[in-house]
Design a binder for this molecule. Sequence first.
Ligand SMILES: [Zn+2]
Length: 89
Amino acid sequence: MTKVISSQTGNKKYFLTIENGVATDCTCGDQHFRCHVKGNPAHQCKHILDSNREITRAAAFLALKARIAAAEREARVAHRIAFELMMGL
Ligand SMILES: [Zn+2]
């Protein structure tokens, strides 16, 4: 998948490559030069780092949201059981 991002300092647009939920490449000058010209495959430009931080935060948020929803479901069941016990059902 490709994500289009805007430059933080100008009018340029860059294309981020996202594979399996992780940003792996970018078309900016920094990534092109250090990774592809200088041959450092481990280099990650600020766009890749920012995007992966954002993805990690979103995943943590979704996991927390799911835990809250599960806790709310359990609380509703507990209330229902308490009500049924109180009513002698
Ligand atoms: Zn970049």
